[in-house]
Design a binder for this molecule. Structure first.
Ligand code: UDP
Length: 475
């Protein structure tokens, strides 16, 4: 008797940082674990980069991608609502369309996986009596804070940001109040309640799949398994480490403008500067960054977006959308740096860039996908966190893993001056500190490769997830 393949549906919420790992994880489940996967990609029509991501994944017979247009929320939330609120409302309002798509599948899928913003979709799993899992596109430390948020909500009086001591999470590293995830920075805002509600819902799943690996976060993962408080927060449900989930660099022979330019630069001489799919900085900060890069005398590729003074995640739902003219640099900057710098507007082939032999450093907003891509390319970083859990990621990279330098101020609080930019860039690209970090990166990269190799910890953990799914369904 041949058993039919286990059919898993993965629902991803809007945003490249959510969609890309969902596609990659789905692809891995199909190619390494013999599953059938359907990705329901909830996308906005404002992000040209989202639909472009599908192409490399469409040739696999057992991987289907169904784009689901995100519901129009213009009459439900204020236009200036925070990104977390907007994504969660979008997902909630899109539940009927997702339900219709799933119910039209015959036979029905066996298992449902949603990211944390798709917690609302768990009602569909209940209706169709499917096991439901949460796919965390961030790391374990973030997951610990998230899972423990309902307790912190009751325990901490007043604003978190006014606490004198770091916020304690049982069995895990404490978190400095100013480095908590965005929605926790102001408890009076609507997005704080959205965050707490999500954190309660997420722990109702049958288990969590986290885009991390055992060697990277042993302390936090140990807490999930052995700390009684953390175990009870997760309702004793399993935690599967499935990372790093990242695009493996495969040379295609096709060279775009950036790679052609990189080909002409010396080995490890170029700093890649990018604030992810959605990060934006103020005009004042662009000026200081430009001056700092110029003063450092180092080569660089900079993915530029127009300034935005009020919103650090201003492009999150419009990734890859063409912007207006590039006229926001200090006078003469483009001419003076034309021999050493390349400006790319809005979107660049990041994985290709990070794997190019000319690239020696990455000034990054520390989105978790970018962080993983830097680690798996062996490139040390300048950590420049902007939103979501990026401050925590920057702390992990600088204080724990010691593979990044960071500004003394939080870039969301204060403009980082040109002298400091110059100092960080020099230290990373030509200083002793950079050399030491590059060596540390080698070991991290090897650990990452090992985790996902056959019989590595993340491979075994994913096998266990598949086994657990099989044991729950009636075949
Ligand atoms: N990315 C890219 N080109 C760009 C900007 C971003 O390919 O110009 C990709 C990047 O490689 C990563 C994802 O978009 O996979 C961004 O995810 P991340 O978690 O780093 O940050 P987010 O954009 O979600 O804040």
């Amino acid at each position: 008797m041949t058993l039919k393949k286990l059919h898993v549906v993965i629902i991803s919420s809007p945003g490249i940082g959510h969609l890309f790992p969902a596609l990659l994880f789905g692809h891995r489940l199909v190619t390494h674990h013999n599953l059938r996967v359907t990705i329901l990609a909830v996308t906005t029509n404002t992000s040209p980069a989202e639909s472009k991501l599908f192409k490399p994944f469409t040739s696999n017979l057992h991987l289907s991608i169904i784009p689901i247009p995100a519901a129009d929320i213009s009459s439900v939330v204020a236009p200036d609502a925070k990104i977390l609120t907007r994504i969660c409302v979008m997902m909630k309002e899109t539940v009927p369309a997702i339900r219709t798509t799933i119910s039209s599948m015959n036979p029905l899928p066996d298992v449902l996986i949603g990211d944390i913003f798709g917690a609302e979709t768990s009602v569909i799993a209940q209706e169709f009596k499917m096991p439901k899992y949460v796919f965390i596109t961030g790391n374990a430390w973030f997951t610990a804070l998230f899972a423990y948020s309902p307790v912190l909500d009751k325990k901490v009086v007043g604003q978190f940001i006014d606490q004198v001591d770091p916020i304690e999470i049982p069995g895990c590293k404490p978190i400095r109040p100013e480095e908590l995830v965005d929605p926790m920075l102001n408890r009076d805002e609507e997005s704080y309640q959205v965050h707490v509600d999500l954190s309660v819902r997420v722990t109702l799943a049958d288990g969590m799949l986290i885009n991390t690996w055992e060697g990277l976060e042993p302390q936090t993962l140990n807490a999930f398994r052995h700390n009684d408080i953390m175990k009870s927060m997760l309702k004793n449900k399993p935690v599967y480490t499935v990372g790093p989930i990242h695009k493996k660099y495969e040379p295609t022979g096709l060279k775009g403008e950036v790679v052609e330019w990189l080909d002409k630069q010396p080995a490890k001489s170029v700093l890649y500067v990018s604030f992810g799919s959605g990060g934006t900085i103020s005009s004042e900060q662009i000026t200081e960054l430009a001056w700092g890069l110029e003063l450092s005398g180092q080569r660089f590729v900079w993915v530029v977006r127009p300034p935005n003074k009020h919103c650090v995640d201003g492009s999150f739902l419009n990734a890859g959308q063409p912007s207006g003219p590039v006229d926001f640099f200090p006078p003469g900057f483009l001419t003076r740096t034309q021999e050493v710098g390349l400006m790319v507007t809005c979107w660049a082939p990041q994985v290709e860039i990070l794997n190019h032999m000319s690239v020696g450093g990455f000034l990054t907003h520390c989105g978790w996908n970018s962080t993983i891509e830097s680690i798996t390319s062996g490139v040390p970083m300048i950590a420049w966190p902007l939103y979501a859990e990026q401050n925590m990621n920057a702390t992990m990279l600088t204080e724990e893993l010691k593979v990044a330098v960071r500004p003394e101020v939080l870039p969301t609080k204060k403009v980082v001056g040109r002298e400091e930019v110059e100092k960080m860039v020099r230290s990373l690209m030509e200083g002793e500190e950079g050399k030491v970090m590059r060596e540390k990166m080698k070991a991290l990269k090897e650990g990452a490769e090992e985790a996902t190799s056959m019989n590595g910890s993340s491979y075994i953990s994913t096998c266990k997830f598949v086994e657990d799914c099989l044991s729950q369904i009636d075949r």
